[in-house]
Design a protein around this ligand. Sequence first.
Ligand code: ADP
Ligand code: DP6
Ligand code: CO
Length: 362
Amino acid sequence: MGEELQRWILMVTARAPTNIAVIKYWGKRDEKLILPINDSISFTLDPDHLSATTTVAVSPSFTSDRMWLNGKEVSLGGERYQNCLREIRSRGNDVVDEKNGIVIRKEDWQRLHLHIASYNNFPTAAGLASSAAGFACLVYSLAKLMDVKEKYQGELTAIARRGSGSACRSLYGGVVKWQMGKETDGSDSIAVQLATEKHWEELVILVAVVSSRQKETSSTTGMSQSVETSELLRHRSQEVVPKRVLQMEEAIANRDFGSFAKITCADSNQFHAVCLDTSPPIFYMNDTSHRIINCVERWNRSEGTPQVAYTFDAGPNAVMYAPNRKVAGLLLQRLLFYFPPDSSKTFSSYVIGDTSILEEIG
Ligand code: ADP
Ligand code: DP6
Ligand code: CO
C-alpha cells in the first residue's frame, strides 16, 4: 500500500447498557472459557444512566492494538481482551467503504491494528456490572466494524462471555437468561432473551449509588474463592438455583410482582451469604446497604405484600425494582427520609424507567 492510501481510518461507535441479575451468576466451572455453575437471569437497564460507549477504529497507520478506558490507557495484554479480539477477528468479513475508497479484505483483519476508546457513564468496578456493559459494547462494536454475522443465534453472546461472564446478558434488552450450557467448549453457554423491554413496561428500576469506590475483591477473584471454599455455594448452584430459575421465569411471564420480589431478594441475600461463607469471608455490602434492606423489608412486611424488591451485586450499591412509577415515587420518598441528603450516608440515585437494548450510534 502506498503512503497516500495509509491515511484512512474507519470507526464504529456503540453504546451498551449494563444489566442487573435477579438470579445471580457466582462461580465458574471453567475459568478459562468462563463457563458458569448455574443459569442466571437479568434485566438490561436504560443506557442513559448506566452504559458503556465504545469507539473502535482501524487504520493501516496504527502500529499496535491499544485501548483507553475512561480516558486512561489500559493494557490489552490480558487474556480476556485477547480472547475477544481473536474470536471477532477470525470472523471478520470483507468491508468496502466506497465513499472513502476503503477496501478491507477479510484476511486483513488479522494484521490491521485497532484503537479502542471506551467510557462508562457510571462507576467502574464498583459492583454495578461495568464489566458487563464494557465487554458487551466492545464485542458489539468490533462485530459491526468487521461486519461479523452470527452463524447461530447467540454466537456474539458467547464471545462477550469470554470478556466477562455477565457481559453475555447485555447484548439483548429486556429480560435475559444466561444458559449455563453442557458442552465443554462453551458453545451452548449463551444468552437468550426471555422477554423484550416492552413485556413489563410499568416496572421501574432504581439504582442507589452508595459508593462509587472500586471494590477490594473483584467479582472474578471473589467467585473463584467461593467455588473453592463455600459449601453453601455448592448447595445453591445444585439445589436452589435450578428451581428458582423456573419460578422466576414464571413470575416474569405473568408479571407477578409479589413472586418476582420474593425470589429477587432471596437470591441476592443467598449470594451475599455465600460471600460470607467463603474463606476468607468477602463483605460486599456495607452499613448503608444493610439499612436499605431493613427499610424495604419493614415496608414490605407492614403492607403484607412486597412493594419493592432489592438486589445487590458484588458491591454496596442497591438496585431496587418497583412495580410502577407511583410505588417508585413512594420508595424515593422513603429513601430520602431515611437517608437525608445532608447525612453522611447519602447516595446519588436514579429512577430508570425502561429496560433497553444496545445501539450503534455512529
Ligand atoms: P463490575 O462490578 O463493575 O463489573 P468487575 O470487577 O467485574 O466490576 O469488572 C471491572 C473490569 O471490567 C475493569 O477493571 C475492566 O477491566 C473491565 N471494564 C469495565 N468497563 C469497561 C469498558 N467500558 N470496556 C472494557 N472493559 C471494561
Ligand atoms: C454478582 O461477570 O463480573 O454481578 O465473569 O469473572 O468477569 P467475571 O465476573 P462478572 O460477575 C458478576 C457477578 C454478579 C452477578 C451477576 O451479574 O450475575
Ligand atoms: Co463485573
